[in-house]
Design a protein around this ligand. Structure first.
Ligand SMILES: Nc1nc2c(c(=O)[nH]1)N[C@H]1C(S)=C(S)[C@@H](COP(=O)(O)O)O[C@H]1N2
Ligand SMILES: [Mo]
Length: 528
Protein backbone atom coordinates (compact mmCIF):
# COMPACT_ATOMS: atom_id res chain seq x y z
CA UNK A 1 0.00 0.00 0.00
CA UNK A 2 1.40 3.43 -0.84
CA UNK A 3 1.69 5.91 2.06
CA UNK A 4 -0.85 8.02 0.29
CA UNK A 5 -3.45 5.27 0.05
CA UNK A 6 -2.80 4.43 3.68
CA UNK A 7 -3.35 8.03 4.76
CA UNK A 8 -6.50 8.25 2.70
CA UNK A 9 -7.91 5.08 4.26
CA UNK A 10 -6.99 6.33 7.75
CA UNK A 11 -8.81 9.60 7.01
CA UNK A 12 -11.75 7.58 5.71
CA UNK A 13 -11.79 5.62 8.98
CA UNK A 14 -12.04 8.91 10.85
CA UNK A 15 -14.86 10.25 8.69
CA UNK A 16 -16.80 6.96 8.88
CA UNK A 17 -16.41 7.01 12.67
CA UNK A 18 -17.69 10.59 12.82
CA UNK A 19 -20.74 9.48 10.82
CA UNK A 20 -21.23 6.70 13.38
CA UNK A 21 -20.93 9.10 16.34
CA UNK A 22 -23.52 11.45 14.82
CA UNK A 23 -25.75 8.70 13.45
CA UNK A 24 -25.93 6.76 16.71
CA UNK A 25 -26.48 9.98 18.65
CA UNK A 26 -29.31 10.92 16.30
CA UNK A 27 -30.93 7.50 16.76
CA UNK A 28 -30.58 7.83 20.55
CA UNK A 29 -32.10 11.32 20.32
CA UNK A 30 -35.30 9.67 19.09
CA UNK A 31 -35.82 8.84 22.77
CA UNK A 32 -34.66 12.09 24.36
CA UNK A 33 -36.06 14.48 21.77
CA UNK A 34 -34.38 16.89 19.42
CA UNK A 35 -32.54 18.70 22.22
CA UNK A 36 -30.30 15.64 22.49
CA UNK A 37 -29.00 15.96 18.91
CA UNK A 38 -25.34 17.05 19.04
CA UNK A 39 -25.42 18.37 15.45
CA UNK A 40 -28.38 20.59 16.29
CA UNK A 41 -26.80 21.74 19.56
CA UNK A 42 -23.42 22.59 18.06
CA UNK A 43 -25.09 24.44 15.17
CA UNK A 44 -27.23 26.45 17.60
CA UNK A 45 -24.20 27.19 19.77
CA UNK A 46 -22.30 28.48 16.73
CA UNK A 47 -25.25 30.75 15.86
CA UNK A 48 -25.33 32.14 19.40
CA UNK A 49 -21.55 32.61 19.63
CA UNK A 50 -21.17 34.15 16.18
CA UNK A 51 -19.64 37.63 16.49
CA UNK A 52 -21.66 40.54 15.04
CA UNK A 53 -19.41 40.63 11.95
CA UNK A 54 -19.96 36.95 11.14
CA UNK A 55 -23.66 37.52 11.33
CA UNK A 56 -23.44 40.16 8.61
CA UNK A 57 -21.61 37.65 6.45
CA UNK A 58 -24.20 34.96 7.12
CA UNK A 59 -26.92 37.47 6.14
CA UNK A 60 -29.42 39.44 8.16
CA UNK A 61 -31.06 37.90 11.19
CA UNK A 62 -30.53 34.36 9.91
CA UNK A 63 -32.79 33.43 7.05
CA UNK A 64 -33.36 29.83 6.04
CA UNK A 65 -30.55 29.79 3.49
CA UNK A 66 -28.00 30.83 6.09
CA UNK A 67 -28.87 27.81 8.18
CA UNK A 68 -28.22 25.45 5.27
CA UNK A 69 -24.89 27.25 4.77
CA UNK A 70 -24.08 26.85 8.45
CA UNK A 71 -24.83 23.12 8.35
CA UNK A 72 -22.69 22.70 5.23
CA UNK A 73 -19.84 24.51 6.98
CA UNK A 74 -20.22 22.25 10.02
CA UNK A 75 -20.14 19.18 7.75
CA UNK A 76 -16.87 20.36 6.17
CA UNK A 77 -15.33 20.97 9.61
CA UNK A 78 -16.44 17.53 10.81
CA UNK A 79 -14.96 15.84 7.72
CA UNK A 80 -11.64 17.68 8.04
CA UNK A 81 -11.25 17.12 11.79
CA UNK A 82 -12.31 13.47 11.76
CA UNK A 83 -10.15 12.74 8.71
CA UNK A 84 -7.21 14.32 10.47
CA UNK A 85 -7.99 12.31 13.60
CA UNK A 86 -7.81 9.13 11.52
CA UNK A 87 -4.41 10.02 10.05
CA UNK A 88 -2.99 10.99 13.45
CA UNK A 89 -4.39 7.89 15.15
CA UNK A 90 -2.68 5.70 12.58
CA UNK A 91 0.61 7.48 13.13
CA UNK A 92 0.44 7.47 16.91
CA UNK A 93 -2.50 6.23 18.95
CA UNK A 94 -4.40 7.42 20.87
CA UNK A 95 -4.02 10.93 19.37
CA UNK A 96 -7.04 10.39 17.11
CA UNK A 97 -9.11 8.99 19.95
CA UNK A 98 -8.23 12.04 22.04
CA UNK A 99 -9.39 14.31 19.20
CA UNK A 100 -12.67 12.36 18.95
CA UNK A 101 -13.09 12.57 22.70
CA UNK A 102 -12.45 16.32 22.73
CA UNK A 103 -14.87 16.96 19.85
CA UNK A 104 -17.53 14.87 21.59
CA UNK A 105 -16.96 16.82 24.78
CA UNK A 106 -17.51 20.10 22.92
CA UNK A 107 -20.74 18.66 21.49
CA UNK A 108 -21.79 17.52 24.96
CA UNK A 109 -21.19 20.99 26.38
CA UNK A 110 -23.19 22.47 23.51
CA UNK A 111 -26.08 20.10 24.22
CA UNK A 112 -26.11 20.72 27.95
CA UNK A 113 -25.86 24.51 27.68
CA UNK A 114 -28.85 24.79 25.32
CA UNK A 115 -31.81 26.57 26.82
CA UNK A 116 -34.04 24.11 28.66
CA UNK A 117 -31.69 21.13 28.25
CA UNK A 118 -31.82 18.43 30.91
CA UNK A 119 -29.11 15.97 31.95
CA UNK A 120 -30.70 13.20 29.89
CA UNK A 121 -30.16 15.25 26.73
CA UNK A 122 -26.44 14.52 27.02
CA UNK A 123 -27.00 10.75 26.69
CA UNK A 124 -27.20 10.54 22.87
CA UNK A 125 -23.87 12.34 22.46
CA UNK A 126 -22.19 10.08 25.03
CA UNK A 127 -23.62 6.88 23.50
CA UNK A 128 -22.69 8.07 20.00
CA UNK A 129 -19.16 8.94 21.08
CA UNK A 130 -18.61 5.56 22.78
CA UNK A 131 -19.84 3.54 19.80
CA UNK A 132 -18.01 5.77 17.30
CA UNK A 133 -14.70 5.64 19.14
CA UNK A 134 -14.85 1.84 19.53
CA UNK A 135 -15.47 1.42 15.79
CA UNK A 136 -12.73 3.99 15.12
CA UNK A 137 -10.17 1.96 17.11
CA UNK A 138 -11.15 -1.28 15.39
CA UNK A 139 -11.01 0.33 11.96
CA UNK A 140 -7.53 1.72 12.52
CA UNK A 141 -6.36 -1.64 13.93
CA UNK A 142 -7.72 -3.47 10.89
CA UNK A 143 -6.17 -0.92 8.57
CA UNK A 144 -2.79 -1.49 10.23
CA UNK A 145 -3.21 -5.25 9.87
CA UNK A 146 -4.13 -4.86 6.21
CA UNK A 147 -1.14 -2.62 5.62
CA UNK A 148 1.30 -4.93 7.43
CA UNK A 149 0.16 -7.96 5.47
CA UNK A 150 0.14 -5.94 2.25
CA UNK A 151 3.70 -4.79 2.93
CA UNK A 152 4.75 -8.36 3.54
CA UNK A 153 3.12 -9.62 0.38
CA UNK A 154 4.59 -6.70 -1.57
CA UNK A 155 8.05 -7.58 -0.29
CA UNK A 156 7.45 -11.23 -1.02
CA UNK A 157 6.32 -10.56 -4.57
CA UNK A 158 8.61 -7.63 -5.25
CA UNK A 159 10.83 -9.69 -7.49
CA UNK A 160 7.94 -10.51 -9.78
CA UNK A 161 5.06 -8.08 -10.21
CA UNK A 162 5.86 -5.29 -7.75
CA UNK A 163 3.41 -2.73 -9.07
CA UNK A 164 0.26 -4.84 -9.19
CA UNK A 165 0.13 -6.83 -6.01
CA UNK A 166 0.47 -3.86 -3.64
CA UNK A 167 -3.00 -4.25 -2.26
CA UNK A 168 -2.47 -7.90 -1.18
CA UNK A 169 -3.89 -9.15 2.13
CA UNK A 170 -7.43 -10.02 0.99
CA UNK A 171 -8.71 -11.11 4.43
CA UNK A 172 -7.51 -8.03 6.29
CA UNK A 173 -8.59 -5.78 3.48
CA UNK A 174 -12.05 -7.27 3.41
CA UNK A 175 -12.53 -7.07 7.18
CA UNK A 176 -11.56 -3.37 7.15
CA UNK A 177 -13.69 -2.41 4.18
CA UNK A 178 -16.66 -4.44 5.35
CA UNK A 179 -16.73 -2.82 8.78
CA UNK A 180 -16.28 0.67 7.31
CA UNK A 181 -19.03 0.16 4.72
CA UNK A 182 -21.55 -1.69 6.89
CA UNK A 183 -21.19 0.31 10.12
CA UNK A 184 -20.80 3.63 8.29
CA UNK A 185 -23.66 2.83 5.92
CA UNK A 186 -26.10 1.77 8.63
CA UNK A 187 -25.22 4.75 10.82
CA UNK A 188 -25.62 7.11 7.88
CA UNK A 189 -28.97 5.82 6.66
CA UNK A 190 -30.56 5.21 10.09
CA UNK A 191 -29.04 8.42 11.48
CA UNK A 192 -30.34 10.51 8.58
CA UNK A 193 -33.78 8.96 9.03
CA UNK A 194 -33.71 9.70 12.74
CA UNK A 195 -32.54 13.26 12.03
CA UNK A 196 -35.58 13.82 9.81
CA UNK A 197 -37.90 12.46 12.50
CA UNK A 198 -36.17 14.54 15.18
CA UNK A 199 -36.31 17.75 13.21
CA UNK A 200 -39.88 17.58 12.03
CA UNK A 201 -41.76 19.25 14.82
CA UNK A 202 -44.21 16.36 14.73
CA UNK A 203 -45.50 16.74 18.28
CA UNK A 204 -46.38 20.36 17.73
CA UNK A 205 -47.80 19.68 14.27
CA UNK A 206 -50.12 16.96 15.56
CA UNK A 207 -51.26 18.92 18.62
CA UNK A 208 -51.79 22.02 16.52
CA UNK A 209 -54.15 20.22 14.13
CA UNK A 210 -56.54 19.43 16.99
CA UNK A 211 -56.77 22.96 18.34
CA UNK A 212 -59.93 24.93 17.85
CA UNK A 213 -59.43 28.59 18.58
CA UNK A 214 -62.26 30.50 20.23
CA UNK A 215 -63.81 33.43 18.41
CA UNK A 216 -62.45 36.83 19.33
CA UNK A 217 -64.36 38.70 21.99
CA UNK A 218 -63.23 41.84 20.19
CA UNK A 219 -63.13 41.09 16.46
CA UNK A 220 -60.87 43.02 14.11
CA UNK A 221 -62.15 45.90 12.06
CA UNK A 222 -63.21 44.61 8.66
CA UNK A 223 -60.69 45.20 5.89
CA UNK A 224 -62.15 48.11 3.88
CA UNK A 225 -62.90 47.12 0.32
CA UNK A 226 -60.79 50.08 -0.76
CA UNK A 227 -57.71 48.70 1.01
CA UNK A 228 -56.80 46.49 -1.94
CA UNK A 229 -55.95 48.14 -5.23
CA UNK A 230 -56.65 46.28 -8.43
CA UNK A 231 -53.06 46.33 -9.64
CA UNK A 232 -51.24 43.30 -10.97
CA UNK A 233 -48.03 42.60 -9.06
CA UNK A 234 -48.85 44.65 -5.95
CA UNK A 235 -48.29 43.05 -2.55
CA UNK A 236 -51.59 41.62 -1.21
CA UNK A 237 -52.94 43.64 1.71
CA UNK A 238 -52.96 40.51 3.94
CA UNK A 239 -50.00 38.16 3.71
CA UNK A 240 -50.85 34.46 3.73
CA UNK A 241 -49.23 32.31 6.40
CA UNK A 242 -47.48 30.30 3.71
CA UNK A 243 -45.77 33.37 2.25
CA UNK A 244 -45.16 35.27 5.49
CA UNK A 245 -41.42 35.88 5.93
CA UNK A 246 -39.69 33.86 8.61
CA UNK A 247 -36.73 35.05 10.68
CA UNK A 248 -35.35 33.36 13.76
CA UNK A 249 -32.18 31.95 15.23
CA UNK A 250 -33.72 28.48 15.57
CA UNK A 251 -31.72 25.89 13.63
CA UNK A 252 -34.76 23.69 14.05
CA UNK A 253 -38.23 24.88 14.89
CA UNK A 254 -39.04 24.30 18.58
CA UNK A 255 -41.76 21.66 18.92
CA UNK A 256 -43.97 22.67 21.82
CA UNK A 257 -46.99 20.77 23.05
CA UNK A 258 -49.60 23.41 23.87
CA UNK A 259 -50.95 21.00 26.52
CA UNK A 260 -47.80 21.36 28.61
CA UNK A 261 -46.92 24.93 27.57
CA UNK A 262 -46.78 27.47 30.41
CA UNK A 263 -46.07 31.17 30.38
CA UNK A 264 -44.40 32.53 33.49
CA UNK A 265 -44.53 36.19 34.40
CA UNK A 266 -41.54 36.83 36.65
CA UNK A 267 -39.18 39.53 37.87
CA UNK A 268 -40.27 42.90 39.24
CA UNK A 269 -43.93 42.06 39.80
CA UNK A 270 -46.18 41.92 42.85
CA UNK A 271 -47.88 38.73 41.62
CA UNK A 272 -45.83 36.23 39.66
CA UNK A 273 -48.15 34.43 37.25
CA UNK A 274 -48.17 31.09 35.52
CA UNK A 275 -50.56 30.68 32.63
CA UNK A 276 -51.53 27.54 30.68
CA UNK A 277 -52.69 27.48 27.06
CA UNK A 278 -56.22 26.44 28.10
CA UNK A 279 -56.37 29.37 30.53
CA UNK A 280 -55.11 31.74 27.85
CA UNK A 281 -57.83 30.63 25.42
CA UNK A 282 -60.48 31.46 28.05
CA UNK A 283 -59.37 35.10 28.26
CA UNK A 284 -61.25 37.74 26.26
CA UNK A 285 -59.26 37.50 23.04
CA UNK A 286 -58.92 40.29 20.52
CA UNK A 287 -58.15 40.22 16.84
CA UNK A 288 -56.03 42.91 15.19
CA UNK A 289 -54.31 43.37 11.87
CA UNK A 290 -50.66 44.31 12.29
CA UNK A 291 -47.73 44.58 9.92
CA UNK A 292 -44.57 42.95 11.25
CA UNK A 293 -41.17 44.04 9.93
CA UNK A 294 -37.69 42.76 10.54
CA UNK A 295 -35.03 45.30 11.48
CA UNK A 296 -32.84 43.59 8.86
CA UNK A 297 -35.26 44.54 6.11
CA UNK A 298 -33.25 46.63 3.68
CA UNK A 299 -34.73 49.41 1.55
CA UNK A 300 -36.95 47.63 -0.98
CA UNK A 301 -36.68 44.35 0.95
CA UNK A 302 -39.34 41.75 1.65
CA UNK A 303 -38.84 40.90 5.34
CA UNK A 304 -42.28 42.29 6.11
CA UNK A 305 -45.79 40.88 6.26
CA UNK A 306 -49.27 41.83 7.38
CA UNK A 307 -51.48 39.37 9.23
CA UNK A 308 -54.59 39.11 11.38
CA UNK A 309 -53.45 38.22 14.89
CA UNK A 310 -55.70 36.70 17.56
CA UNK A 311 -54.54 37.03 21.14
CA UNK A 312 -54.86 38.41 24.61
CA UNK A 313 -53.63 41.96 25.22
CA UNK A 314 -50.34 41.79 27.11
CA UNK A 315 -51.35 44.85 29.13
CA UNK A 316 -54.12 42.80 30.75
CA UNK A 317 -51.68 40.10 31.78
CA UNK A 318 -49.28 42.75 33.14
CA UNK A 319 -52.13 44.38 35.04
CA UNK A 320 -52.70 41.09 36.85
CA UNK A 321 -48.99 40.73 37.60
CA UNK A 322 -48.66 44.36 38.79
CA UNK A 323 -45.17 45.57 37.79
CA UNK A 324 -43.16 47.22 40.56
CA UNK A 325 -42.04 50.81 40.20
CA UNK A 326 -38.67 51.24 38.55
CA UNK A 327 -39.25 48.51 35.97
CA UNK A 328 -39.04 49.73 32.38
CA UNK A 329 -38.60 46.59 30.27
CA UNK A 330 -40.15 43.21 29.68
CA UNK A 331 -37.63 40.56 28.68
CA UNK A 332 -39.53 37.86 26.83
CA UNK A 333 -37.87 34.48 26.46
CA UNK A 334 -38.52 31.82 23.87
CA UNK A 335 -38.34 28.10 24.64
CA UNK A 336 -35.17 28.03 22.52
CA UNK A 337 -33.46 30.74 24.57
CA UNK A 338 -34.03 33.73 22.24
CA UNK A 339 -34.91 36.89 24.13
CA UNK A 340 -36.38 40.29 23.27
CA UNK A 341 -36.42 43.42 25.43
CA UNK A 342 -39.59 45.46 25.00
CA UNK A 343 -40.34 48.78 26.73
CA UNK A 344 -42.79 48.10 29.56
CA UNK A 345 -44.64 51.33 28.77
CA UNK A 346 -45.41 50.14 25.22
CA UNK A 347 -46.81 46.86 26.52
CA UNK A 348 -48.93 48.67 29.13
CA UNK A 349 -50.18 51.33 26.72
CA UNK A 350 -53.95 51.10 26.27
CA UNK A 351 -53.59 52.35 22.67
CA UNK A 352 -51.09 49.70 21.61
CA UNK A 353 -52.59 46.34 20.72
CA UNK A 354 -49.66 44.27 21.95
CA UNK A 355 -50.83 40.68 21.93
CA UNK A 356 -49.92 37.32 23.34
CA UNK A 357 -50.96 35.84 20.03
CA UNK A 358 -52.35 32.34 19.49
CA UNK A 359 -53.84 32.80 16.03
CA UNK A 360 -52.56 34.03 12.67
CA UNK A 361 -54.99 34.71 9.84
CA UNK A 362 -57.73 32.61 11.42
CA UNK A 363 -55.72 29.50 12.31
CA UNK A 364 -53.48 28.53 15.25
CA UNK A 365 -50.00 30.00 14.86
CA UNK A 366 -48.01 27.96 12.35
CA UNK A 367 -45.24 26.06 14.12
CA UNK A 368 -42.51 28.15 12.45
CA UNK A 369 -44.30 31.38 13.42
CA UNK A 370 -44.27 30.56 17.12
CA UNK A 371 -46.80 27.86 18.00
CA UNK A 372 -48.43 27.81 20.48
CA UNK A 373 -47.92 31.43 21.60
CA UNK A 374 -45.90 34.43 20.43
CA UNK A 375 -45.84 38.16 21.01
CA UNK A 376 -46.88 40.76 18.44
CA UNK A 377 -46.34 44.43 19.23
CA UNK A 378 -47.43 46.92 16.55
CA UNK A 379 -44.84 49.62 15.93
CA UNK A 380 -41.73 47.73 17.02
CA UNK A 381 -39.35 45.65 14.94
CA UNK A 382 -39.64 41.91 15.52
CA UNK A 383 -36.26 41.52 17.23
CA UNK A 384 -37.35 43.62 20.23
CA UNK A 385 -40.93 42.47 20.51
CA UNK A 386 -42.22 39.52 18.51
CA UNK A 387 -40.85 36.59 20.53
CA UNK A 388 -42.07 33.30 19.10
CA UNK A 389 -42.52 30.16 21.24
CA UNK A 390 -42.64 32.53 24.22
CA UNK A 391 -42.42 30.91 27.67
CA UNK A 392 -41.47 33.72 30.04
CA UNK A 393 -42.05 37.43 30.50
CA UNK A 394 -39.61 38.90 32.99
CA UNK A 395 -40.43 42.40 34.16
CA UNK A 396 -37.06 44.11 34.54
CA UNK A 397 -35.02 47.14 33.44
CA UNK A 398 -32.99 48.06 30.37
CA UNK A 399 -30.10 48.66 32.77
CA UNK A 400 -30.20 45.12 34.12
CA UNK A 401 -31.11 43.02 31.06
CA UNK A 402 -30.52 42.82 27.32
CA UNK A 403 -32.40 41.11 24.51
CA UNK A 404 -30.63 38.57 22.28
CA UNK A 405 -29.54 40.98 19.54
CA UNK A 406 -28.39 43.89 21.72
CA UNK A 407 -24.94 42.51 22.64
CA UNK A 408 -24.66 41.49 18.98
CA UNK A 409 -24.63 45.06 17.76
CA UNK A 410 -28.31 46.02 17.41
CA UNK A 411 -30.01 48.80 19.34
CA UNK A 412 -31.75 47.99 22.62
CA UNK A 413 -34.87 49.76 21.37
CA UNK A 414 -36.29 49.27 17.90
CA UNK A 415 -39.29 51.34 16.88
CA UNK A 416 -40.23 50.47 13.28
CA UNK A 417 -39.31 53.16 10.77
CA UNK A 418 -41.33 54.82 8.01
CA UNK A 419 -40.64 53.07 4.70
CA UNK A 420 -42.09 52.56 1.25
CA UNK A 421 -41.49 50.05 -1.52
CA UNK A 422 -42.17 49.77 -5.23
CA UNK A 423 -43.68 46.35 -6.01
CA UNK A 424 -44.50 46.89 -9.66
CA UNK A 425 -43.12 47.29 -12.28
CA UNK A 426 -40.34 44.89 -11.40
CA UNK A 427 -36.85 46.34 -11.16
CA UNK A 428 -35.00 45.99 -14.45
CA UNK A 429 -38.11 45.02 -16.43
CA UNK A 430 -38.91 46.20 -19.92
CA UNK A 431 -42.26 47.85 -20.56
CA UNK A 432 -43.87 48.85 -23.81
CA UNK A 433 -44.73 52.50 -24.37
CA UNK A 434 -47.68 51.61 -26.57
CA UNK A 435 -49.90 50.44 -23.71
CA UNK A 436 -51.02 53.82 -22.42
CA UNK A 437 -50.43 54.20 -18.70
CA UNK A 438 -48.50 51.83 -16.51
CA UNK A 439 -49.26 51.59 -12.79
CA UNK A 440 -46.33 52.17 -10.46
CA UNK A 441 -47.52 50.64 -7.21
CA UNK A 442 -46.44 49.23 -3.91
CA UNK A 443 -46.81 49.48 -0.16
CA UNK A 444 -45.78 51.98 2.50
CA UNK A 445 -45.74 51.54 6.26
CA UNK A 446 -45.12 53.30 9.53
CA UNK A 447 -46.67 50.98 12.09
CA UNK A 448 -48.62 52.56 14.91
CA UNK A 449 -48.41 56.00 13.27
CA UNK A 450 -49.84 55.41 9.82
CA UNK A 451 -49.01 56.65 6.32
CA UNK A 452 -50.64 59.82 5.02
CA UNK A 453 -48.92 60.43 1.72
CA UNK A 454 -46.84 58.64 -0.91
CA UNK A 455 -45.00 60.38 -3.72
CA UNK A 456 -43.35 59.05 -6.84
CA UNK A 457 -40.58 60.59 -8.89
CA UNK A 458 -39.63 59.61 -12.42
CA UNK A 459 -36.00 60.39 -13.28
CA UNK A 460 -35.38 63.92 -12.01
CA UNK A 461 -38.93 65.10 -12.49
CA UNK A 462 -41.09 66.71 -9.85
CA UNK A 463 -42.60 64.51 -7.15
CA UNK A 464 -46.09 63.25 -8.02
CA UNK A 465 -48.63 62.34 -5.37
CA UNK A 466 -49.72 58.71 -5.59
CA UNK A 467 -53.23 57.48 -4.88
CA UNK A 468 -53.44 55.83 -1.47
CA UNK A 469 -55.60 52.79 -0.85
CA UNK A 470 -57.71 52.84 2.31
CA UNK A 471 -55.81 51.78 5.39
CA UNK A 472 -56.96 48.99 7.67
CA UNK A 473 -55.42 50.76 10.66
CA UNK A 474 -52.34 52.77 11.55
CA UNK A 475 -50.70 49.46 12.49
CA UNK A 476 -50.78 48.12 8.95
CA UNK A 477 -49.12 48.97 5.69
CA UNK A 478 -50.97 50.79 2.94
CA UNK A 479 -51.05 50.17 -0.78
CA UNK A 480 -50.46 53.03 -3.22
CA UNK A 481 -50.50 53.50 -6.98
CA UNK A 482 -49.44 56.13 -9.50
CA UNK A 483 -50.50 55.90 -13.12
CA UNK A 484 -47.51 56.66 -15.30
CA UNK A 485 -47.40 57.45 -19.02
CA UNK A 486 -44.04 56.00 -19.95
CA UNK A 487 -41.82 57.35 -22.72
CA UNK A 488 -39.18 55.34 -24.56
CA UNK A 489 -35.84 54.86 -22.85
CA UNK A 490 -34.45 53.96 -19.47
CA UNK A 491 -36.08 55.50 -16.41
CA UNK A 492 -35.45 55.61 -12.71
CA UNK A 493 -38.56 55.35 -10.52
CA UNK A 494 -38.37 56.44 -6.93
CA UNK A 495 -40.82 56.48 -4.01
CA UNK A 496 -41.03 58.25 -0.66
CA UNK A 497 -43.72 58.32 2.01
CA UNK A 498 -44.92 60.75 4.67
CA UNK A 499 -46.38 59.49 7.92
CA UNK A 500 -49.46 60.68 9.79
CA UNK A 501 -47.29 62.99 11.90
CA UNK A 502 -46.20 64.80 8.72
CA UNK A 503 -42.67 63.39 8.82
CA UNK A 504 -41.23 62.51 5.43
CA UNK A 505 -38.91 59.60 4.72
CA UNK A 506 -35.31 60.76 4.62
CA UNK A 507 -33.35 60.35 1.41
CA UNK A 508 -29.93 59.45 2.82
CA UNK A 509 -29.40 55.72 2.75
CA UNK A 510 -28.91 54.12 6.16
CA UNK A 511 -28.09 50.42 6.43
CA UNK A 512 -30.27 48.09 8.57
CA UNK A 513 -27.81 47.76 11.50
CA UNK A 514 -28.18 48.85 14.23
CA UNK A 515 -31.81 50.01 14.20
CA UNK A 516 -33.38 49.73 10.75
CA UNK A 517 -32.75 50.87 7.17
CA UNK A 518 -33.65 54.32 5.84
CA UNK A 519 -33.76 55.76 2.35
CA UNK A 520 -35.91 55.99 -0.75
CA UNK A 521 -36.54 52.86 -2.76
CA UNK A 522 -35.67 53.35 -6.41
CA UNK A 523 -35.67 51.01 -9.39
CA UNK A 524 -34.72 51.25 -13.05
CA UNK A 525 -36.97 50.11 -15.91
CA UNK A 526 -36.66 50.15 -19.68
CA UNK A 527 -39.43 51.32 -21.97
CA UNK A 528 -39.33 50.13 -25.57
N1 LIG B 1 -37.98 32.66 19.42
C1 LIG B 1 -37.66 33.60 18.53
N2 LIG B 1 -38.55 34.57 18.28
C2 LIG B 1 -38.27 35.53 17.38
C3 LIG B 1 -37.03 35.53 16.71
C4 LIG B 1 -36.10 34.51 17.00
O1 LIG B 1 -35.00 34.45 16.48
N3 LIG B 1 -36.46 33.54 17.91
N4 LIG B 1 -36.76 36.51 15.79
C5 LIG B 1 -37.52 37.75 15.86
C6 LIG B 1 -37.38 38.54 14.67
S1 LIG B 1 -35.84 39.22 14.38
C7 LIG B 1 -38.41 38.79 13.81
S2 LIG B 1 -38.25 39.89 12.57
C8 LIG B 1 -39.71 38.11 13.99
C9 LIG B 1 -40.11 37.39 12.72
O2 LIG B 1 -41.30 36.69 12.91
P1 LIG B 1 -41.80 35.69 11.79
O3 LIG B 1 -40.71 34.68 11.57
O4 LIG B 1 -43.07 35.10 12.25
O5 LIG B 1 -41.99 36.51 10.54
O6 LIG B 1 -39.66 37.15 15.02
C10 LIG B 1 -38.98 37.54 16.17
N5 LIG B 1 -39.17 36.51 17.14
MO1 LIG C 1 -36.04 40.64 12.72
Amino acid sequence: MTPRTLRLLAALSGVVSAVIVLGVAEIAALFTGNAGSPLFAVGSLVIDLAPPGAKEVMVGLFGTGDKAALLALLAVIIIVVSGLAGILELRRDPVGVVIFGAASLIALIAVLTRSGAGGLDGAPTIVGAIVGIIVFRILIRRLRAWNTTAERSTTATSGRVPDRVVTGAPVERRSFLRLAAVAGGIAFVAGAGAKVVNSTASVATEVRKKIKLPAATTPAVAVPSGASLDVKGITPIVTSNATFYRIDTALQVPAIDSGTWRLKVTGMVENPIELSFAELLKKPLEEHYATLTCVSNDVGGDLIGNALWLGWPIRELLALAVPKSGADMVLSTSSDGFTAGTPLSVLQDAKTDALLAVGMNGVPLPVEHGFPVRMVVPGLYGYVSATKWVVELKVTTFAADQGYWTPRGWSAKGPAKLESRIDTPAAGSTLSSGSGTVPIAGVAWCQHVGVSKVEVQIDNGSWQTATLADSISADTWRQWVYQWKPTKGQHRLQVRATNANGERQTQTYVQPAPNGAEGWHSITVNVS
